[in-house]
Design a protein around this ligand. Structure first.
Ligand SMILES: [Zn+2]
Length: 306
């Protein structure tokens, strides 16, 4: 054993992170210079989910237009809708459990492709940290999870509660079809949350239930948004979380929810530049196991010790 603590995650980050920074920097500059044009806009109502196609070089903006509404999102590769999705594990291992401007959403194994980058977040993070402590944030992943009808029934004793799981599946069903939705491709284990305040550092278990006052002004402003650039064609799905503004969690039926707005943009004059496909060579793990694990690379086996 070495005496020094080896941070494997830091080592992985040093090798991978910042590789795709230039695309984030250029896209953010174009966005801030007003060089993007709106190509699609829709309002998502409370207790609902919707799906959309987001093409390589387009951005998606989630905007708080009616109230401080929590949303959950997920993304599936249009090229491999049954196999590849934006993976909270790969993304948070290289980035953080609290996504920030410049953080890349990577796809799952073995692809590990940069699928999206969070390019803009207008929420004043300093206000969140001031109120809830250093490390508090409103973008997060929590074991990739999202609220589910199963957990709501277990907690509140009522079947058929609206949940982010079923809302995102509804979006996937609409945009990618029943088969993809039934495969639970991404929605089952890989959701990225926005506008829900968490604080991971000071508490075990994680503090998930912070209570903003439910009004614009204290933390969120009307028109606050997060925006992501797509590096590949993806199906996106978004849910207005039934926890709403997280203001009153005393009973499922007291949660207060609001509509929010989804906007899709693209470059006015030319498409935004996107990160290249790293073209990883590893196979789908099941195919590789069936083939006898050809070309397997390993470390060393130790001798039996006395
Ligand atoms: Zn939810």
């Amino acid at each position: 054993m070495t005496e020094e603590f080896f941070d494997l995650t830091a080592d992985a980050k040093a090798k991978i992170a910042n590789k795709y920074d230039e695309y984030y920097i250029k896209a953010k500059a174009a966005q801030e210079a007003g060089e993007l044009k709106l190509v699609h806009e829709r309002v998502l109502n409370p207790y609902d989910g919707t799906g959309f196609k987001l093409l390589k070089g387009q951005t998606v903006r989630y905007e708080l237009t009616h109230g401080p509404q929590i949303i959950d999102t997920c993304y599936i590769s249009m090229e491999r809708p049954f196999q590849e999705f934006a993976d909270t594990w790969h993304s948070s291992a290289v980035g953080a459990c609290t996504p920030y401007e410049g953080m890349v959403y990577y796809s799952n194994t073995p692809y590990m492709r940069p699928l999206l980058t969070l390019i803009k977040d207008t929420v004043d993070l300093s206000k969140i940290e001031e109120k809830y402590g250093e490390g508090a944030a409103h973008n997060f992943v929590f074991n990739g999870g999202r609220c589910t009808t199963g957990v709501w029934e277990a907690v509140w004793g009522m079947p058929h509660c609206n949940s982010c799981d079923s809302n995102m599946l509804k979006g996937i069903f609409e945009v990618a079809g029943e088969e993809v939705a039934r495969s639970r491709a991404a929605a089952s284990w890989s959701a990225f949350m926005h506008f829900q305040i968490v604080e991971f550092r000071s508490a075990i278990p994680t503090k998930l239930t912070m209570h903003p006052n439910g009004r614009f002004g204290e933390i969120y402003k009307k028109g606050d948004y997060v925006e992501l650039l797509a590096h590949q064609d993806v199906y996106g799905a978004v849910s207005t979380c039934p926890q709403g503004d997280q203001n009153d969690l005393s009973d499922y039926r007291n949660y207060v929810s609001y509509p929010m707005t989804i906007k899709i943009f693209e470059g006015k004059d030319a498409p935004l530049e996107t990160a290249p496909d790293p073209q990883q060579q590893s196979w789908d793990p099941v195919d590789w196991i069936i083939a006898g694990r050809p070309g397997m690379v390993t470390g060393k086996i130790g001798e039996e010790q006395p």
